[in-house]
Design a protein around this ligand. Structure first.
Ligand code: MTE
Length: 336
């Protein structure tokens, strides 16, 4: 994984590390004298995007991104998906079910104040407010593939913290077998929640879930930014989950609740069409969705219209070495 340096004189300092340690190496914002980013906003209360890595006295820093690539072992170089695509081609049905709608219809979305409640089967329930999201945990940059069940994919440089760190802080009880995630419910702000057609017929709030051992896997990330900046509203501001070995619909956006529970929690797409969307949703080229073959995918890159960018899909989206053991002995056709 590529870790970005944020030294103040460095405009382009970065290094590419071996894929095997791409989640293991941490470049802590705190170590760099990072101050709570909430202070940078000067009281602004919307989801304006700003540079997460800059220090207040020297903002904005310059980060050249066009030459960034990374090379998973034994594979061709992968190109980062341009920021312009990542923030304009979205699934966020609360702001409309068309790919271009979230970017258009989420502007002005208020993220400060924010409240993320950690509750349920834990010894230490927590409430994280807006500033806490950026200052309670060690932030790092991670470049992950994002694979949508609709068979398109991107390569995204996220910023965030390990979900495992949050789990440890909450101290789950012995009854905590699953985590149930919930997106903000605010029909006044989210047009898809008040207009059923725009919202794709979903009953909101959007819900997702993970088994606790999945949540503890070092790859599971709570993201607060991408491309060196805070998350834009359309990508799930101010905080979203990123589970790179699962289809994108597991990566729930604009999270306000994480509840530790004993039984497998209900999840939005599974409620809507259980035969199409399972609870596990691990990327699997051998198990097709009824409407989309999962054998290959269209990688969204800078490629022009004649460049199809069609690539073979990898089991667990290429992260099998890190996560396959979570599912040993399970029939992945049944638990799709
Ligand atoms: N989270 C919420 N709350 N609502 C959504 O509609 N869509 C999911 C996921 N998280 C969605 C969501 C789907 S289907 C995908 S593929 C990813 O977000 C897309 O993330 P992106 O727009 O940042 O690429």
């Amino acid at each position: 994984m590529l870790i970005k340096s944020t030294h103040k004189n460095a405009t382009k300092e970065h290094q590419i590390t071996d894929e095997k340690i791409y989640y293991g190496r941490r470049e802590m914002l705190k170590n760099m004298g990072f101050l709570g980013v909430g202070t940078l906003l000067g009281g602004g209360a919307n989801a304006g995007v700003f540079d997460l890595f800059s220090r207040d006295e020297e903002r904005p820093s310059v980060f050249q991104r066009d030459d960034l690539t990374y090379k998973p072992e034994g594979q061709a170089l992968e190109e980062l998906t341009p920021e312009s695509k990542i923030i304009s081609h979205n699934n966020f049905y609360e702001f409309g079910a068309q790919k271009n709608q979230p970017a258009e219809l989420s502007q002005g979305f208020k993220v400060d104040p924010w409240k993320l409640a950690i509750s349920g089967e834990v010894e230490k329930p927590l409430i994280l407010d807006y500033d806490d999201l950026y200052s309670s945990f060690d932030l790092e940059e991670r470049i992950y593939r994002l694979r949508c069940v609709e068979a398109w994919s991107m390569v995204v440089p996220w910023i965030g913290f390990s979900l495992a760190d949050l789990v440890k802080k909450a101290k789950p009880t012995s009854k905590a077998n699953y985590l149930a995630f919930e997106t903000l419910y605010d029909p006044e702000q989210m047009i898809g929640q008040r207009n059923r057609r725009l919202g794709g017929g979903i009953n909101y709030p959007y819900l997702e879930g993970l088994r606790i051992d999945e949540a503890m896997n070092p790859l599971a990330l709570m993201s607060v930014g991408l491309y060196g900046k805070t998350l834009p509203p359309q990508n799930g501001a101010p905080i979203r989950l990123v589970v790179p070995w699962k289809y994108g619909f597991k990566s729930i956006k604009s999270v306000v609740g994480i509840k530790f529970v004993e039984k497998q929690p209900p999840t939005t797409w599974n409620i809507l069409a259980a035969n199409e969307y399972g609870f596990y949703a691990n990327v699997n080229p051998k198990v097709d969705h009824p409407r989309w073959s999962q054998a290959s995918e269209r990688r969204i890159t800078t490629g022009g219209i004649f460049d199809q960018n069609r690539i073979d899909t990898q089991p667990f989206n290429g992260y099998g070495e890190q996560v396959a053991s979570l599912y040993s002995g399970m029939n992945l056709r049944k638990y799709y």
